[in-house]
Design a protein around this ligand. Structure first.
Ligand code: ADP
Length: 451
């Protein structure tokens, strides 16, 4: 059993992990950058170690400093959260060599699934439906162009090591292909120091449906139902829910079993997410696997009554999963809104600053995951997501109303946020009808401008 765990992250997810550790009687060690010296995660943890300047490269992405902090604090394990080093195979490998357990899958599995092109091949071999596309990494623009012409437009060009919507471009015809390819490649080189690309058929008007899975080291793999993450802006999720209004119990069974098969094919351990695209004809395709806990994990926790962070810790300690597939029952409906420090009227420009006043909504089945407080200065150096508001109710209709009520009560004063924008979505008839695709926000903004 772990006695002390270091959290290699910041913000709300670090706070979420510290709370789980405390409930389990495990000591927590926070690491923080100079910009985060007043942050909640550094204050809440049992110990806190400064690991460098504000720039992520010098602190939260600095592997040597994080490993030194782990060793000097006497922690046996690291929880990487999401983002930063959470899917970095090299970091996990370094930890393995130092006998530090990273709470998540092994470096080998991360390497295999982190390369999206390789992950597609693993899934094809396991007979999992994947989006039609190239079967190897392409560096050469002519080869890519020829392949795109062959499978037909529109196509999506993706960075093999991509994430967070970066290094991705759509080409709707052959004429614009080369320009789009070069832009995506450049973006990938800048963001991931790699210019390996692959091409996929672009699925028109899909829904993003992902399955949460949990696997232990004894070969038990369980899925915890789906999350509908169709509400996205620029391929980045903004609002997530579980279950999906597009998935029948029969579909859930088929897709869930496919997700479990996918995890088994990857020899997976710990928490992971299998992302699918669902097309207009209800055909689904594997898109990628995320080898870490996701931002939107709370909606799954709310409808299944589980604690995924604690489960991650149990599995990492070598315990068996605390539930079987039969134990997992989806109950009611949960929605999460990501509250960002940004201005929707200025093209969602991030707007860090000081929070003068915050009022957090409460009530039955309303959950707030955040690290902000009165007088807190939102730093400009990190992601603009500052709070997650999650609600749970007996069905989608009630959950939408509960979310509107909670958003109406939430006050974050001093900085701009997307609270009103999200409220507008929940009030929109198309959203309420569940009539959504990944283009929803683009169309919603257009509709709003026309009014
Ligand atoms: P990232 O890892 O950067 O988040 P993903 O591969 O998960 O990238 O894709 C992010 C989003 O991009 C998806 O949720 C979907 O909206 C869109 N997308 C990705 N691949 C396709 C595709 N082949 N067809 C249509 N949309 C896609």
């Amino acid at each position: 059993m772990f006695h002390k765990v270091l959290i290699a992250n910041r913000g709300e997810i670090a706070v979420r992990i510290i709370r789980a550790l405390r409930e389990l009687g495990i000591k927590s060690v926070a690491v923080y950058s100079e910009a985060d010296k007043d942050s909640l995660h550094a204050k809440l943890a049992d110990e806190a170690i400064c690991i460098g300047p504000a720039s992520p490269v010098e602190s939260y992405l600095n592997m040597e400093r994080i490993i030194s902090a782990t060793i000097s604090s006497g922690a046996e394990a690291i929880h990487p959260g999401f983002g930063f080093l959470s899917e970095n195979a090299k970091f996990v490998e370094m930890c393995e060599k130092c006998n530090i357990k990273v709470i998540g899958p092994s470096s080998d599995v991360i390497r295999k699934m982190g390369n999206k092109s390789e992950a597609r091949n693993t899934m094809t071999e396991a007979n999992i439906p994947v989006v039609p596309g190239s079967d190897h990494i392409i560096y050469d623009v002519d080869e890519a162009h020829e392949f795109a012409d062959k499978i037909g437009y529109p196509v999506i060009i993706k960075a093999a090591l991509g994430g967070g919507g970066k290094g991705m471009r759509i080409a709707v015809n052959s004429r614009e292909f080369e320009e789009r390819f070069e832009t995506a490649r450049l973006e990938s080189e800048n963001a991931f120091a790699d210019d390996g690309m692959y091409i996929e058929k672009y699925i028109v008007n899909p829904r993003h449906i992902e399955f949460q899975i949990m696997a232990d080291s004894y070969g038990n793999v369980v899925h915890l139902g789906e999350r509908d993450c169709t509400i996205q802006r620029n391929h980045q999720k903004m609002l997530e829910e579980s279950p999906s209004s597009a998935i029948s119990p029969e579909m859930r069974k088929v897709m869930g079993e496919t997700a479990v098969r996918a995890a088994k094919a990857a020899h997976y351990e710990n928490a992971g997410t299998i992302e699918f695209l669902l097309d207009k004809d209800n055909k689904f395709y594997f898109m990628e696997m995320n080898t870490r806990i996701q931002v939107e994990h709370p909606v799954t926790e709310m409808v299944t009554g589980t604690d995924l962070i604690k489960e991650q810790i149990f599995v990492a300690q070598g315990q068996e999963l605390s539930f079987t597939q039969d134990d997992i029952k989806i109950s009611g409906h949960a929605i999460e809104c990501r509250i960002n420090a940004e201005n929707p009227d200025k093209n969602f420009m991030p707007c860090p600053g000081v929070i003068n006043e915050i009022h957090i909504p409460g009530g039955n089945d309303i959950r707030v995951d955040t690290a902000i407080y009165n007088g807190y200065q939102v730093p400009a150096n990190y992601d603009s997501m500052i709070l997650k508001l999650i609600v749970h109710d007996q069905n989608r209709y009630c959950a939408i109303h509960k979310m509107q009520s909670a958003l109406g009560e939430l006050v974050i004063d001093g900085i701009d946020t997307n609270i009103d924008f999200l409220y507008g979505i929940l009030d929109d008839q198309e959203y309420k009808n569940g009539d959504i695709t990944t283009d929803y926000i683009k169309n919603y903004i257009k509709k709003r401008c026309e009014k």
